[in-house]
Write a protein that binds this ligand. Structure first.
Ligand SMILES: [Zn+2]
Length: 344
């Protein structure tokens, strides 16, 4: 067998199991090589069905580390229903500490709905959207900014599906306890995990929980709280598994990106110096930063100014930039009523 993706998961089995999704892909070092994607299952009878995944991008670590810890700590006797955990879903990307898989340069979050005859990342995407997601009520995909980007810590959903489903997604997103909730506009045909979850008939929840290719005590704490809160909100557990104390939730500010004018892009080679950091509230016309040219020391650095007001949601961490790199972007604070009205 040199095609497809196979596994020996028994979705009806109670208890705790660690298995692998296997994707045959012949390489120089190993003609019968199979990509091995760890998949953990914990089940205790009928009940809520939750899929938790991280490592969609390999260099985003809060979810990868905490989902491994969650699997080790989860006691089947203390849950109701079932949870499938993929802590390193694009395993080759995780092992390479890269956003994309080095096997096929596949970006899993741009690979849905996938291709059963494609390269490993596309076969994995196809299996997730068509086989695994539909077996669950909620899919929670944990991201962070990755090596090149600082991101405002926020929960994230896409504006997908019926008003009922969107309402439930907003409700679960609020339950995570994050200070910001970002509602992305990617369209029903998007190649993302959240659009795939919607096409699979499940509720997709995501979030950006850190950035910079590292973790901090703070990012680990609120990511742990978000995972605990989701499991409690859907009724899978009744107490936190990762956090030491009962998690507290504050109000959440909803944010939206809906215009290319909310981002500032590099248009040539240069070196970016930000004037503000993520979380800053800015007005249109405010200074966003400076673009230096180390090959033209006789020229003044260029001032970059925001075209739109909002809250700075991400910025590039590598100063060295090329044409096409997104340097900084702002999101617009919005109210829930406006988001639901647009879905109706
Ligand atoms: Zn990501």
């Amino acid at each position: 067998m040199h095609t497809g993706l196979f596994h020996a998961l028994d979705f009806a089995a109670d208890g705790k199991s660690l298995d692998f999704l296997s994707i045959p892909f012949s390489v120089d070092r190993s003609p019968y090589y199979q990509v091995k994607v760890p998949v953990c299952r914990v089940r205790n009878g009928a009940g809520p069905r939750v899929l938790l995944m991280a490592g969609n991008h390999g260099d985003e670590y809060e979810g990868e580390l905490l989902l491994g810890r969650l699997f080790r700590r989860l006691d089947p006797a203390r849950i109701r229903g079932e949870v499938t955990i993929l802590p390193a879903v694009n395993a080759p990307a995780v092992m390479a500490a890269r956003r994309r898989s080095p096997l096929d340069e596949g970006n899993l979050n741009r690979a849905f709905p996938g291709d059963p005859a494609g390269t490993p990342t596309f076969r994995l995407a196809h299996f997730l959207e068509h086989e695994l997601f539909p077996r669950h009520d909620v899919v929670f995909d944990l991201h962070s900014g990755g090596t090149s980007m600082a991101h405002l810590p926020c929960a994230l959903i896409e504006r997908q599906g019926t008003p009922d489903r969107l309402g439930r997604a907003l409700e679960l997103m609020r339950a995570l306890g994050m200070p910001y909730g970002f509602v992305a506009e990617n369209g029903a045909a998007a190649p993302t995990s959240m659009a795939a979850a919607a096409r699979a008939g499940t509720i997709g929840i995501s979030g950006e929980f850190g950035g910079g290719g590292t973790v901090t005590p703070e990012t680990m704490a609120y990511t742990a709280r978000a995972i605990d809160n989701l499991l409690i909100a859907v009724g899978l557990t009744d107490a936190p598994v990762l956090a030491d104390t009962a998690p507290a939730s504050g109000p959440m500010q909803l944010l939206q990106l809906d215009s290319h004018r909310q981002a500032i892009y590099a248009l040539r080679r240069g070196w970016f110096e930000p004037a503000v950091d993520v979380g800053a509230r800015v007005a249109a016309g405010d200074l966003a930063g400076w673009f230096h040219d180390l090959t033209r020391l006789d020229l003044p650095e260029e001032e970059l100014r925001f075209q739109e007001a909002g809250i700075v949601i991400s910025r590039r961490l590598h100063s060295d930039s090329e044409a096409g790199d997104c340097l900084i972007q702002v999101a617009r604070p919005v109210e829930e009523a406006g988001i639901l009205a647009r879905a109706a």
